[in-house]
Structure formats: structure tokens, C-alpha cells
Design a protein around this ligand. Structure first.
Ligand code: V47
Ligand code: SF4
Length: 361
């Protein structure tokens, strides 16, 4: 496809595999040429992942929604004792793990609130029981924010907390909690959350222990274009140091039932643009994932032509985005992934969390 001449200098950098600058990122967000941006992202996407498009058979579990933080963009969290607050006992977690395909999945993806009274022992028991019952399943659990909180209430360093969780069965860390790193914007949407610097430090510590992780960015709320580019550049800098990030996932803000519920939902244009620019800026990330639960299967499908190479997984149960008004289903069948991917001309690959075991389907 012919790239619009206004993007000539960026096109030339992309074609020569040169790193894009902060200013390039801002220019891309300001450009009206969405199709050209998508085509540029597609060059990088095909250079890194060819014609492959990935999905995974996974099961999400949200063990508790009780949270000490109460971020303004979050409709999932509750205070202790509030109507709808819950905490799953170990039995309920094991039941949830086995209720989809008898636990015959590739990954458990576990994220919850910052429960003030659940000790480290609760999380260790959860991990070791899941490993005992489902030894083959990769456990991707607890955002950097949950790990920092757990360390704080356990009077342990982040490193020691991670070592204990790793010993109990933690395999990798999901990318949540990154939100937007810029301190003044972060302060507007989640004043109680650890800072962007602290989030990055937890990830750096995890990567040094050999624990891989994902990274995310929450977009479509009060953030500026500069905030988005700054966020991507800071992730790219840490990736240069550790190479520990597996995948980047832009998370589309869902406003319903949140303190920011006067805001509009993101549009298809914005979703595709953020995915494409993420692909272009994060030259040292192997994978860009469109989380179909948040952007919907239709945008997730098109994203495969706009820089993304992954559309996540079967999920089964999802509470965070659905509390905030997501209208997607909570689960998608394996066959649907295959059909959505094939329709775009891509080749469907079922993957494991670490993109090591790839099965063409
Ligand atoms: O940190 C909370 C986000 C994250 C809303 O690693 C919201 O593959 C949109 O970690 N609208 C937690 N987003 C979820 C998470 C995650 C999700 C998908 C894939 C991966 C991965 C990780 O959910 C939070 C926050 O950024 N979130 N509320 C909302 N109203
Ligand atoms: Fe708690 Fe996470 Fe929701 Fe923030 S986003 S209120 S930390 S559950």
C-alpha cells in the first residue's frame, strides 16, 4: 500500500528498521492517515511474526474484588463488607480452574484486588494447589501492583515476595497495573496506586529472577497523546535492559460504573491506532496483543492487519471489564479464533504463554 507522503520520514525509518523517536510517536497520534499507520505497523508485524496470528486456550480467575486502592477507572473493586464484595476460598479457585475443559488449558491467568487481610500464605497455597492439580498448566498471576502490595503487607522485599511466589508455582506475570506512567495523569486516575517507576521496578526485579511478564497501557480516559508515547518509550527502555517482556497489550478504557462514567468509550479508530502505534514504537517487543474482550472480536480481527499478532484466549470468565460495561461475551470458542484469523488471510497458531509451543491449526 502507498504510504501517505506526510509520513515519509517515519516510513523510511520503519523500512530501515530504525527506532522511532518520541516526536515520531506524537506525529503518528496526530496524523489523520490511519490506513498508512496501519500499513507501516503491518511491515513490522510481518517482519517479526510473518503471517502467523496467535491465540491461547486459557482460563481467567479473579480470586477477590476487595481492593484497598479503588482506582477511579475501576468498576470491579469493592471495599470489604460492601455489597458484591467476594473472596474465593481455595476450593472455589480449584473448582473454577477445573470447570472449563477439566482444567485442560494452557494457562491460568489470575488477577485480583489488593486485599488488605489476605496473607502471602493464601497466594502461595493457591499457586501450589493449582500446580499440584494441574501440573501442566502455566500460571500467569498477580499484576506488579498486587506483588508490590503483597510485599508491603508481608514486610518483605519485592524480590523475596517474588521468590516465594515463584517457589510456590508462579510462572509469569500479567501486564496489568501499568495504566499510564506519567505521574500527574496517573494521580488523576489512580492516586493510591504505586507509581509508574515502582511498577517498572517490580517488573525489572521479576525479569532478573527469570520471571517473564507482559506490559499494558490503559488508554481512552484523560491521558494525552504525549502520555501514551512517554509510556511506550519507558517500556521500550526497560525492555532494552531486561528483554523480559513477552507481549504488550493496550487496554481500552471502559467507563461504565466507574468514577469516570461521563467519558465515552473508545472508538474503533482509536483502538486500531493505539495498537498500530504500539507496534511501531515498541521495536523490541516480539508481540502486540489485541485483547478481544476489551476491543471486541471485530476490532481484534482487524487488528491483525494493523500491527497486532495475537488476540488472546478463551478466557471463560472475565470480571474486570465486564463490571465496567463490556458487551463482549466472556468466552470465545477455539473454532471462532480459527475462523476469525483465517478470514483475514493470516495463519492461526495456538500458543502457550511463552510463545514456545506453537501449534498451527
Ligand atoms: O490494571 C481496570 C485494567 C487491568 C478497567 O497480561 C480496566 O495479558 C478497561 O492485568 N476498563 C487488569 N480496563 C487486567 C490485566 C490484564 C488484562 C488483559 C490482559 C493481560 C495480559 C492483563 O485491567 C488493570 C487495569 O489496567 N482495567 N478497570 C476498565 N474500566
Ligand atoms: Fe484495585 Fe486493580 Fe481495580 Fe485499581 S484497578 S481498584 S488496584 S482492582
Amino acid at each position: 500500500m502507498k504510504i501517505h507522503p506526510s509520513l515519509d520520514s517515519i516510513r523510511s525509518k520503519v523500512e530501515n528498521a530504525e527506532r522511532l523517536s518520541f516526536e515520531d510517536g506524537v506525529a503518528l497520534f496526530s496524523s489523520p492517515e490511519l490506513l498508512s499507520i496501519g500499513a507501516l505497523a503491518n511491515i513490522v508485524r510481518e517482519r517479526k511474526n510473518g503471517n502467523r496470528a496467535y491465540f491461547i486456550t486459557n482460563r481467567h480467575i479473579n480470586p477477590t474484588n476487595i481492593c484497598a486502592n479503588r482506582c477511579k477507572f475501576c468498576a470491579f473493586s469493592k471495599s470489604s463488607g460492601e455489597e458484591g464484595a467476594y473472596t474465593m476460598e481455595l476450593d472455589a479457585i480449584l473448582k473454577a480452574a477445573s470447570d472449563f475443559q477439566q482444567g485442560n488449558v494452557s494457562e491460568f491467568h489470575i488477577v485480583g484486588g489488593l486485599h488488605p487481610d489476605l496473607p502471602l500464605d493464601y497466594y502461595e497455597k493457591m499457586l501450589s494447589a493449582l500446580k499440584e492439580h494441574f501440573p501442566e498448566v502455566h500460571i500467569q498471576a498477580f499484576t506488579a501492583v498486587e506483588i508490590a502490595y503483597l510485599a508491603k503487607i508481608s514486610n518483605l522485599s519485592v524480590e523475596n515476595t517474588l521468590v516465594r511466589l515463584q517457589k510456590a508455582g508462579l510462572d509469569s506475570i500479567p501486564g496489568g497495573g501499568a495504566e499510564i506512567f506519567n505521574p500527574s495523569t496517573r494521580n488523576k486516575i489512580c492516586p493510591e496506586k504505586i507509581s509508574g517507576d515502582e511498577w517498572l521496578k517490580v517488573m525489572q526485579t521479576a525479569h532478573q529472577l527469570g520471571i517473564r511478564s507482559n506490559a499494558t497501557m490503559l488508554y481512552g480516559h484523560v491521558e494525552s497523546v504525549e502520555d501514551r508515547v512517554d509510556h511506550l518509550v519507558r517500556l521500550r527502555e526497560l525492555q532494552d535492559k531486561t528483554n523480559g517482556f513477552l507481549t504488550f497489550i493496550p487496554l481500552a478504557f471502559h467507563p461504565k460504573n466507574t468514577d469516570l462514567d461521563t467519558m465515552e468509550s473508545t472508538t474503533g479508530q482509536m483502538d486500531l491506532r493505539v495498537l498500530a502505534i504500539s507496534r511501531l514504537m515498541l521495536d523490541n517487543f516480539d508481540h502486540i496483543k489485541a485483547f478481544w474482550i476489551m476491543v471486541g472480536p471485530k476490532i481484534a480481527q482487524l487488528s491483525l492487519l494493523f500491527g497486532a499478532d495475537d488476540i488472546d484466549g478463551t478466557v471463560v470468565e472475565e470480571k474486570i471489564t465486564h463490571s465496567a460495561g463490556a458487551t463482549t461475551a466472556e468466552s470465545m470458542a477455539r473454532q471462532t479464533f480459527i475462523e476469525l484469523i483465517k478470514e483475514t488471510g493470516r495463519e492461526p497458531y495456538e500458543r502457550d504463554t511463552l510463545y514456545e509451543k506453537l501449534v498451527k491449526v
